[in-house]
Ligand binder design. Structure first.
Ligand code: PGA
Length: 245
């Protein structure tokens, strides 16, 4: 893993957006894996600005999102589908047919998950996967204890995740308890991975996944074995690292 430490969240976003931009410029039909949550928002803002300045064409890009809450329809304001349109897709020239996200309302979860995996395969696999990390070390919604060889599946959210994500909902009780997420192994198969973490509340998880053992208790730790992962941190998220980077 290559670790980059930036002074601020703003600098982190600029660097992340530059990497995404260069990947799309090198391969206009890039298969991009995207994430939701607070962390990637700044990077999405940067990408929108670059697009508006006429420097980035998304028309051939395919997007596969990491996860979706079970039971939230696509037009639910807290659904990740809604999030993606609100924070990125409505502002870039993505072909809507090329945007994919797990269906939180699917009637047949197992079949849906298998088909989602097949769609990714058919697209040629994910070229660049953007990730955040949970305070419990999760990637996607792969909570502690998820097998490292897992594929896209239904998962139960950890209490700490429900608490963290309740900031997006009116009440904590409104946060769905289950979600569909790309598996750890599915994420690991992305050709290139870009993980972003910002803020002191991520410092523990960051130190564990970079410097601790590879374990299902910290699903991000599998990235230590990935051949092309870049981690971009701000100084606050890097606070508990012991090594020099
Ligand atoms: P956050 O979530 O970006 O909202 O902190 C990250 C995650 O849970 O993976």
């Amino acid at each position: 893993m290559k670790i980059l430490i930036k002074k601020t969240y703003e600098e982190l976003n600029k660097e992340a957006a530059k990497i995404v931009k260069e990947a799309i410029q090198a391969k206009p039909n890039l298969v991009l894996g995207l994430a939701t949550g607070g962390t990637p928002l700044g990077c999405y803002q940067e990408l929108i600005q670059i697009h508006k300045a006429g420097k980035l064409d998304f028309s051939k890009v395919a997007i596969f999102n990491l996860d979706e809450y079970l039971g939230l329809s696509t037009d639910h304001p807290q659904s990740y589908n809604y999030f993606m349109y609100e924070n990125l897709l409505d502002y870039i020239n993505i072909n809507r047919e090329n945007f994919h996200i797990p269906d939180g309302m699917t009637k047949n979860i197992e079949k849906f998950c298998q088909e989602y995996e097949e769609k990714i395969q058919k697209a040629g696999g994910i070229d660049l996967q953007l990730l955040g990390i949970g305070r419990d070390g999760h990637v996607g919604f792969n909570e502690p204890g998820t097998p490292l060889d897992s594929r896209t599946q239904l998962v139960k959210l950890a209490e700490s995740t429900i608490k963290d994500n309740s900031r997006f909902f009116e009440r904590k009780e409104d946060v769905p308890r289950f979600a569909i997420t790309l598996g750890v192994q599915t994420i690991f198969e992305a050709k290139k991975i870009l993980l972003l973490a910002s803020g002191e509340n991520k410092a523990d998880a960051v130190a564990k996944f970079i410097e601790g053992p590879i374990t299902p208790q910290i699903t991000a730790s599998i990235l230590q074995k990935h051949p092309d992962t870049i981690v971009i941190l701000d100084e606050a998220a890097a606070l508990k690292l012991k090594g020099k980077y």
